[in-house]
Design a binder for this molecule. Structure first.
Ligand code: G1P
Ligand code: ZN
Length: 542
């Protein structure tokens, strides 16, 4: 029944910003998933007697991968696997289940916002017992296990029927199949004022939620429709599909353009939102208004006390370094500690665990709090609905009043996707080598105030992470950040983050690309990136 299958290391099984992501065709190669999963087990010191949560975003290969992992976990002596029905769990729901059951960790099958399908991407991420993405030392241990693996263990058994909740047995392992939505919905009810949101919707406030054919459809139906009374027609693309309907399940103005276009129409609903493949990202819109993720984070920091779960105030806040400093302005006004961390949710874990911060977010449409250890798309939607209901304002009124009070950080990210990896690395290395000489330099209309290769010393455990992006601040309130993506599966993606602060009260309603024209021009002058990458324009502007 137990098989020890000899194997050899596969090159490139190195977890990136968020777990191991590869083309589906690579992941589905015989033994590829098995190698990585066994390396997770080996890297964390074995799983004998342990309790693990397991589920994924339903993309192509999800069901097969769940069955393989269950058989491998049983072969390695796990005590209990807690699995979502049909092998489905959103990333936030998985994080919550790990914490709720005091599990030793969890495996989440997802490539997040990357497309799915046989020609799309697949991914596996390991989360630790705090419910959060494994920190660097753990991913390093897993990576080194992938380099020395000689065999994997699997039991020979028929596939389990995961279509209904209940308890199943596989070799000596108990498999508990749970409703993927119920516990998560209950958690949301504890954090937010469902009564007042419901009354707000009854008074005629309308909304549209685009699940992008990804995992949040059933969550949105249970919470927004069943518990809050929104109309079923408020849900768009709410049936999860293995290829996300051929779309790119990334909630931003480029990939969720249908929703954005609908929200810009005169007869648009009052509120629009979307989430990504595995449900941890969010996009917030009002009628005629797009809220950048960095602004959303700042607005939440300023208003979170209006939600019952946050009534006592925030302990501190954190953002990824490339995210705009709109958050810092709110933190300064409220006397809150504010941290800038490297890109990736795993860097928030220690701050959240230590109670140093209770709210955090990234410019890449990730927002969350200490309720779990992942970013959380529907959480952000409910937080906004709670704030809108409590203040009885429109999204655009909230934004205008926020900018009048704190000033506006115009912000945009320009992505150059699937560029030549060597050329992109050279561009960054070259800029890095010139940083010392840049301080004080005048480049066009801007003067360099500081230029650094960002590194982060974790204030909780003292660990230092280096080379996390080039950050150049200008005296005129502008900031430029360049870094290479750690989640791509082909070539390299160069991300250019652009920011310009305007204190107001004038100049608060420019088009962001116009407001950023100086810093965009300075970036071109500094890096000559278009010529070096052989591109005339960014592939994606958010
Ligand atoms: C991207 C985002 C980052 C996010 C990560 C996982 O990583 O930029 O903020 O944490 O996806 O969702 P990147 O591709 O930039 O390494
Ligand atoms: Zn995601």
């Amino acid at each position: 029944m137990l098989h020890r299958v000899p194997t050899q290391p596969r090159p490139g099984q190195k977890p990136g910003t968020s777990g191991l992501r590869k083309k589906t065709r690579e992941f589905t190669q015989e033994g590829y998933l098995e190698n990585f999963v066994q390396s997770i087990f080996n890297g964390i010191g074995g799983i004998q007697g342990k309790v693990l949560v397991l589920g994924g975003d339903g993309r192509f290969f999800n069901s097969e991968a769940v069955q393989i992992i269950l058989k491998m976990a049983a072969a390695s002596g796990a005590a209990n696997l807690i699995v979502g029905c049909d092998g489905l769990l959103s990333t936030p729901a998985a994080s919550h289940l790990i914490r709720l059951h005091g599990a030793d960790g969890g495996l989440i099958l997802s490539a997040s916002h990357n497309p799915g399908g046989i020609d799309g991407d697949f991914g596996v991420k390991f989360n630790t017992d705090n419910g959060g993405p494994a920190p660097e030392p753990v991913t390093e241990a897993i990576y080194s296990a992938t380099q020395t693996i000689e065999e994997y263990l699997i039991v020979d058994a028929p596939d389990l029927d995961l279509s209904a909740t209940g308890t199943l047995y596989l070799a000596g392992t108990t498999v508990t199949v749970v409703d993927p939505v119920k516990d998560y919905a209950m958690l949301m009810e504890q954090l937010f004022d469902f009564k007042s949101i419901r009354a707000f919707l009854e008074r005629g406030f309308t909304l549209s939620f685009d699940a992008m054919h990804a995992v949040t459809g059933p969550y949105a139906r249970e919470i927004l429709v069943n518990r809050l009374g929104a109309s079923e027609t408020a849900l768009l693309n709410a049936t999860p599909l293995p290829d996300f309907g051929g779309g790119h399940p990334d909630p931003n103005p480029v990939w969720a353009h249908d929703l954005v276009a609908a929200m810009m129409a005169p007869d648009a609903p009052d509120f629009g939102a979307a989430s990504d493949g595995d449900g941890d990202r969010n996009m917030i819109l009002g009628r005629g208004t797009y809220v950048t993720p960095s602004d959303s984070l700042a607005v939440i920091a300023a208003n979170a006390h209006l939600a019952p779960g946050y009534a006592k105030g925030l302990s501190g806040v954190a953002r990824s370094m490339p995210s705009s400093s709109a958050l810092d302005r709110v933190a300064a006004a409220k006397g809150l500690e504010c941290f800038a961390t490297p890109t990736g949710w795993k860097y928030f874990g220690n701050l959240l665990d230590a109670g140093r911060v209770s709210l955090c977010g990234e410019e890449s449409a990730g927002t969350g709090s200490d309720h779990i250890r992942e970013k959380d798309g529907l959480w952000a939607v409910l937080m906004w609905l709670n704030i809108l209901a409590a203040r009885d304002m429109s999204v655009s009124e909230i934004m205008t009043s926020h900018w009048r009070r704190f000033g506006r950080n115009y912000y945009s990210r320009h992505d150059y996707e699937e560029v030549d990896a060597e050329a992109a690395a050279l561009l960054i290395d070259d800029l890095r080598s010139r940083l010392d000489a840049l301080a004080g330099a005048e480049i066009g209309p801007l003067t360099v105030r500081s230029a650094e290769d960002f590194s982060y010393a974790d204030p909780v455990d003292g660990s230092v992470t280096t080379h996390q992006g080039i950050q150049i601040a200008f005296s005129e309130g502008a900031r430029l950040v360049l870094r290479l993506s750690g989640t791509g599966t082909a070539g390299a993606t160069l991300r250019v983050y652009l920011e310009q602060f305007t204190p107001g009260p004038d100049g608060l309603d420019h088009d962001p690309q116009d407001a950023l024209a100086d810093v965009i021009a300075v970036c071109d002058a500094l890096t000559n990136l278009k010529a070096r990458l052989g591109r005339t324009r960014p592939d994606v502007i958010t």
